[in-house]
Design a protein around this ligand. Structure first.
Ligand SMILES: Cc1cc2nc3c(=O)[nH]c(=O)nc-3n(C[C@H](O)[C@H](O)[C@H](O)COP(=O)(O)OP(=O)(O)OC[C@H]3O[C@@H](n4cnc5c(N)ncnc54)[C@H](O)[C@@H]3O)c2cc1C
Length: 406
């Protein structure tokens, strides 16, 4: 049977275009498809963990990175405690998704991938000797392997029953305002001071203010939806109260031009299985999101890179089988899966009272503050630092108690 491409990737977000770039660089005939016409926007805070820049240094340029944030304030649920951080080096970078995703597609094209936008995949067929996608109920394209990078709703994951019909999802909404650069400097300084309100209105999630160069991204997310009380909350109402609070405290300019409220869903944990014979799932399609912060760009790109490595090996051996592709699951678990697991366990156990206590202790200890900020901004691996964090937390709480006894 005629093979059109070695690999067809469905979805050109960060996961799909990263997979495409690394496969094309290896010389594989790679097709990258997206149903949208590019450049397209995607609702997103646009906060980019620094480890994206460390692992994928090719994104470090002024066209892609809007601004670097080197200071921030994180508020406890009651707003009584604050963790302040002021650094010489960035704690987070910011991007505009419309531009960022388009630039990533260009990297894939420059590496030799064929990009076809405005092409919605309506069917996927896998057999022992071929993998096929049908575009817009019309043309069929054959390849050795298909990568499902089709985002949080992933029709591919659902079609192959890799995802249950009723999977719990987080939800985030946001507005992105265009603001004069001088006003941005006045409010957020050159350090582009960011704000995070942890568990605002008791919600198991947070509110954020990400100042970019000339854009201000304000959002609100309910990420840990497994907690039953969260399901009844009206997120739009919470967001409006959040905006009111920010204005009352003069943390943001009062006269922001009206912008549409956009939103999106998040899977709250990775799928149990992310591969099949001739198929891999990457990024949001596989549920790779930080369960504490909801950030997913790092995992999207990291999973794309790992997928490209495993596919390279499978194609070189001429064995795009389930057995060989199972390596993908082993590698992402080792790479970032254990981190997600650990955060998930902590988040599930955490309560409002506990969060408040952690803040009350951390805000008096700069070392613990740094570690916590590292976790929140995705700068450090929780798995790697867990004992350091636990030891420091106990040391700090003991010191606090002794101080109180004096
Ligand atoms: C409101 C909100 C705020 C967020 N903020 C942040 C943040 O600040 N930082 C961060 O790191 N993460 C954030 N995230 C998470 C982040 O947006 C995702 O993790 C990331 O976009 C995942 O990339 P992806 O490539 O897997 O999927 P996507 O970026 O969603 O790309 C999937 C692509 O697949 C295409 N597609 C879907 N179906 C088909 C089809 N049938 N045929 C062809 N193409 C198809 C879509 O058009 C889309 O372009 C946020 C999420 C939300 C909802």
């Amino acid at each position: 049977m005629k093979i059109d491409y070695d690999v067809t990737i469905v979805g050109a977000g960060p996961a799909g275009s990263t997979t495409a770039k690394f496969l094309a660089e290896k010389g594989f005939k790679t097709l990258l498809l997206d149903k949208e016409k590019f450049p397209r926007d995607k609702p997103c805070g646009g906060g980019l963990p620094i480890r994206v820049l460390q692992r994928f240094p090719y994104v470090v340029n002024d066209t892609i990175i809007e601004a670097y944030t080197s200071s921030g304030t994180v508020y406890s649920p009651s707003l009584q405690h604050q963790i302040e951080i002021f650094k010489e080096t960035p704690i987070i970078a910011t991007i505009l998704r419309k531009k960022f995703d388009f630039e990533l597609v260009k990297f894939a094209k420059d590496a030799g991938a064929v990009f076809q936008d405005g092409s919605s995949v309506s069917a996927v067929h896998l057999s022992d000797d071929i993998a096929q996608v049908t575009i817009d109920q019309g043309a069929t394209i054959s390849s050795e392997i298909i990568v499902g990078a089709d985002g949080v709703t992933s029709p591919i994951a659902k079609h192959f029953e890799l995802r249950r019909a009723r999977t719990s999802m987080g939800i985030c909404i946001l507005q992105e305002f265009e603001v004069d650069e001088q006003i941005m400097d006045q409010y957020f300084k050159k350090s582009r001071h960011c704000y995070i309100h942890s568990r605002f209105k008791t919600v198991a999630g947070y509110g954020w203010v990400f100042p970019k160069k000339r854009h201000l991204n304000i959002g609100f997310g309910i990420i840990q939806v497994d907690k039953p009380q969260q399901q009844k909350l009206n997120i739009l109402h919470c967001y409006q109260e959040y905006l009111t609070l920010l204005k009352e405290k003069d943390l943001i300019p009062k006269n922001l031009k009206e912008e549409p409220v956009k939103g999106g869903a998040l899977l709250t944990h990775p799928l149990e299985k992310t591969y099949l014979n001739r198929l891999l799932l990457v990024g949001d399609a596989a549920g790779f999101v930080n369960p504490l912060s909801g950030e997913g760009i790092y995992y999207a790109m990291a999973s794309g890179r790992i997928a490209a490595q495993v596919i390279t090996e499978a194609l070189e051996k001429e064995q795009p089988t389930e057995e060989v592709l199972a390596q993908y699951q082993i590698r992402w678990q080792k790479d970032f899966g254990r981190d997600i697991d650990l955060i998930l366990r902590v988040v599930k156990r955490g309560s409002m009272e506990y969060a408040e206590k952690v803040f009350s202790i951390a805000c008096k200890d700069p070392v613990l503050t740094d570690l916590m900020m590292g976790v929140i901004t995705g700068q450090i691996s929780v798995q790697q630092y867990k004992w350091k964090i636990i030891r420091r937390f106990f040391y700090s709480s003991l010191r606090n108690r002794l101080h109180l006894l004096k």
